[in-house]
Structures are given as C-alpha cells and as structure tokens.
Write a protein that binds this ligand. Structure first.
Ligand code: XMP
Length: 513
C-alpha cells in the first residue's frame, strides 16, 4: 500500500524539520524537500497536500527563493507558513511588503470568521510570530481568516481551492494550539486519515527490506548506540539469519559495553553477532598519538579495516546495513539560500559501501530521532537502550587527553562507570544530553590518610542540549556531584581530584578533544 504523503517545501526556516515532525505526529507521512525541487519530482510523491515553510528571505526581493508556481495548479490543498504564506500571496498576484515593525514573539490571534481550518480555536488565541514582511494585499478569491494587532492578514485562505496561509508559526510549542492547526488542515481540509503509525511503518519496512535484500546476506556495524541497535532489530525481524552484525571492540569503549551488547543482541534477540576483539590493534596504532584529529583518523581507518576483515569472513555479503536517519538525508536549505547538506562526516563510516562494493540498506532513513525511539520501543528494545546518551565513535580515546594507554583507559573506565551509575539514579537524568568523565594529563597533590599523594585529575562533563550544536553545563545538584566525586576518589585507584566543567558550547565543545 502506498502511503499518503505530504510534501513540505523547505524555504530555509530554522523550524522546517519541526513542521515535518508535527505532520508525522498527526500520523501522516511527510517529506521535507528543497523549495526549488522540480515540479515533476514533487508530482512523483503523489502528494496529498503541500506545506511551504517559513524562511529568512523577503519574497519581493529579486533572487529570493521561489517554488515552481505550478504547484498551485496541482489541485492539492496547500498551506503556507510565514514566508510560505507570503510566497503564496506573491505567486498568485497579491502584494507583500515590509512591516513597519518587525513582529517577534507572542501575539494575539483574533478570528475574523469561524472556519473549519480554525476549529477548536477560541476567538482569541496566543500564537508565535517571527516576521519582517507581511501580506498587504491578498490575491483574488482569498479572504482573511484572522488578524493580529500588527498583521491585518494573519491568516488567509482561498476556501474553494483549499489554499491556506498563516503568518504565525503553528509548529513551535509557543503556539499552544499549533498542533490543532495541523490536524485541522490535514484531517478537515485534506481529508487525510491518521494511518502512519509505527506499527504500519514496521510492516511496510519489513516488506521493503525483504524485497530489496531477497535471500542475500546483510552486514551491519553494531555500535550499541540507539540508531544501529534499532536498525539491527528491525533488519533482524525482516531477514533473520541473513543479518550479520559486527561489533568492533576497539578497546576504547565504556566499561561492560561489549558484555551489554552481547547480552542484548545475542542472548535476547538471537541476532548473529560477531564480536571483533581488536583492542590491541587500536592501542598499538594509537601509541604515542596525542593530537585529537590524528586519533580520530587512526581510529576511523582501523575500524574500516577490522570491519572489512570481519565481513570478508562471512563470505558473499551483498548489502551493508546502516542506521542513517532522516536529518542526515534532508538536503536542508541554508539561511544563505543555497541547499547544503549538513552531515557530520565523522558520524558515519563514509567510504565503506563503495570500497567494499556493497549496496546500502538504510531502514531508518525516513525517520527522525524521536521516531527511531518510538520504533525501538515498538520492537521491544529496553527503555534504557532507547534513551542511551550519544557516545562518540573514537570513544574514550578523545576523553583521555594526551596519550592513550591501557592503564589510563582503565582509570577512565572506572571513573566513568561511577558517573554513569550515579547519574542514572538522578531524577533529572532524562534531561541530560551527555554525562561522562574525562581524564586530564595533569597530576595534582593530595593527602590520603597521612600520606601525600600525587595523582590524576578527572573532569566531569555533564551537559544539556537539544542537538549537540549548542550545549549548556548541567546544574546538577551538589549532593550528586559530591557523591560522584567521593566515589571516584575513594574507589578509583590513581585519581585524587575531581573537577566539574562549567563551560557551555560554544565557545567550548562537549567533548574535551
Ligand atoms: P562536540 O565535542 O563537537 O560534540 O561538541 C558534539 C557531539 O558529537 C559527539 N562527537 C563525536 N561523535 N565521532 C562521533 O561519532 C567523533 O569524532 C565525535 N566527536 C564528538 C559528541 O559526543 C557530542 O555528542
């Protein structure tokens, strides 16, 4: 069954992905594609509706982003948000100009008429505004649905053609009734049904994987992180024995990580799991290396080697599974106008499929992170796994400042385990993005019993963040910090001092290297 799809044209607003997610929260599938996607491509999605996002440009200015105006002739309902509404007005013969005052923040939306587009709205509702331009004259056939103090036309519509526009941002949480706007548009105006659920996703996805892969072997690099774990369980549901997971133990992992992954995937899910124990290889290559980027390069290259060797042993593998997510796939429109792919290359093991002559299977490439978590839940992965913190590919090597040795790894692992144990007991743990220990290349003087000590310093790094682009140091209660510090100093041999990192990103970064 082909799923009903809403096409979202991305004009570069910082909220664009949020719009796609809101539509999906209404259980309707959506794709986010650049505003200048050719009309033929747009048609190929067979969209049931088109939504146009906001964006930083001024529509009346030459060279500003414009979608192909033939979208208005497709006969599908259209919703323009902010810039999307201004573009609608502009493209259909209305007038858009600069506002005298830039409207930013809360505004009171007043309905001009009762329409099913605003069903569930009171006459006055709080909405979130962020715009410098506004629609001054509507195109023919449009009427005003609502206004605010500063925007005479805060929402407009051509009811017969089902073309709608809102100047405010229904996708942000600051617009309390925002979700209602999406529901009204999708269900009442477009007649869509909430059928895109994780249950249906799994069913379709399993069919697609089976069709694509046939009776061939798929190899998947399992890191123990959320994405590869969920991808692994989903692939396993689809192809069972033909899935071969390789877990590379590079010796730079957290304490008990290998055991945890083995228990979960081998014992619990009965997945074909091949553990490559490669600690010595990695440590040998890292011997004497202190430069962070060099460490990363060495670890990345060695990973590929170990992985390649492992998959060669399996013989006749045709496909490589990867836990790529939708945000990595989206060709996002940057504020400067040009489409730009925002992929952190170090997060994916680039080059592998080409080098190994493998075809890709990426069962999560349509999903946002929250959706991957829901999927994981539906697939029966334990909560602790689904809500795991991110862990960098180069592992503890970038958390040991300076030379990475077996001894230093052991110290850091033991300290880090205490951080994990104590943090998991903390009631605010779910709001923490990452919490870990860092081993510093300095020694400090201490006193233990009657003895003078001269030992290592561990830094605690605990941050809150939405997406790792920015982060703040977490205001963890003192008693928890105190307990972590006491335990590390008492239980971890070789550490006599613990410091708390109180820097935000930017200008610092989350990791120390
Ligand atoms: P920074 O330190 O740049 O980290 O603020 C941002 C996020 O990325 C993770 N990180 C990495 N992940 N390979 C990875 O897979 C890396 O080399 C790497 N460096 C940083 C970091 O843990 C944080 O979540």
């Amino acid at each position: 069954m082909k799923k009903d799809t809403v096409v979202i044209l991305d004009f570069g607003s910082q909220y664009n992905q949020l719009i796609a997610r809101r539509v999906r929260e209404c259980k309707v599938y959506s794709v986010l594609i650049p505003y200048n996607t050719p009309i033929e491509k747009i048609k190929s999605y067979n969209p049931k509706a088109i939504i146009m996002t906001g964006g930083p440009a001024s529509v009346a200015i030459k060279g500003s982003p414009k979608a192909d105006p033939r979208i208005f002739k497709l006969g599908v309902p259209i919703l323009g948000i902010c810039y999307g509404m201004q573009f609608t007005a502009y493209a259909l013969g209305g007038k858009v100009g600069r506002s005298k005052k830039r409207e930013y923040g809360y505004a009171e939306l007043v309905l001009n008429r009762k329409e099913k587009f605003f069903s569930g709205f009171r006459n006055r509702e709080r909405v979130w505004m962020s715009h410098g331009d506004k629609v001054q004259e509507m195109p023919r056939g449009f009427r005003i649905l609502a206004h605010t103090k500063n925007s005479h036309i805060a929402s407009m519509a051509h009811l017969e053609r089902k073309i709608y526009g809102v100047q405010f941002h229904p996708e942000v949480i600051h617009t309390p009734k925002g979700m209602q706007v999406f529901k009204n548009f999708l269900y009442n105006i477009c007649g869509l049904k909430p059928t895109w659920t994780m249950h249906s996703f799994i069913k379709n996805s399993i069919n697609e994987i089976k069709q694509k892969v046939g009776n061939n072997k798929v190899v998947l690099g399992l890191s123990g992180g959320v994405d590869s774990s969920v991808a692994g369980v989903l692939l396993h549901r689809a192809i069972g024995e033909n899935l071969h997971c390789i877990f590379v133990d590079n010796g730079l992992l957290r304490k008990y990580e290998r055991e945890y992954v083995e228990r979960m995937f081998k014992k619990h899910f009965h997945v074909n799991l091949h553990v490559a124990r490669a600690e010595n290889r990695f440590l040998k290559k890292l011997n004497g290396v202190v430069d962070p980027e060099k460490k990363r390069k060495i670890i990345g290259a060695e990973f590929i080697k170990v992985f390649e060797e492992g998959s060669k042993k399996l013989g006749n593998v045709k496909f490589l599974g990867q836990g790529t997510l939708y945000p990595d796939v989206i060709e996002s429109v940057s504020a400067k106008g040009g489409p730009s792919a925002t992929i952190k290359t170090h997060h994916n093991v680039g080059g592998l499929p080409k080098k190994m002559n493998l075809k890709l299977v990426e069962p999560l490439r349509d999903l946002f992170k929250d959706e991957v978590r829901l999927l994981g839940e539906e697939l029966g992965l334990p909560e602790r796994m689904i809500h795991r913190q991110p862990f960098p590919g180069p592992g503890l090597a970038v958390r040991i400042i300076g030379d990475v040795t077996k001894e230093r790894l052991e110290i850091l692992r033991n300290a880090d385990l205490i951080v994990q144990e104590e943090m998991e007991k903390y009631e605010g743990y779910r709001n923490i993005w990452q919490s870990f220990a860092v081993l510093l290349p300095v020694k400090s003087v201490g006193v233990m019993g009657d003895e003078r000590t001269y030992e290592n310093v561990v830094a605690l790094r605990i941050v809150t963040s939405q997406d790792a682009m920015t982060a703040d140091w977490a205001k963890v209660p003192y008693d928890i910090l105190g307990r972590i510090s006491n335990r590390i100093i008492n239980e971890v041999k070789g550490v006599n001092r613990v410091a708390y990192d109180i820097s935000s990103k930017p200008p610092a970064t989350i990791e120390w290297e």
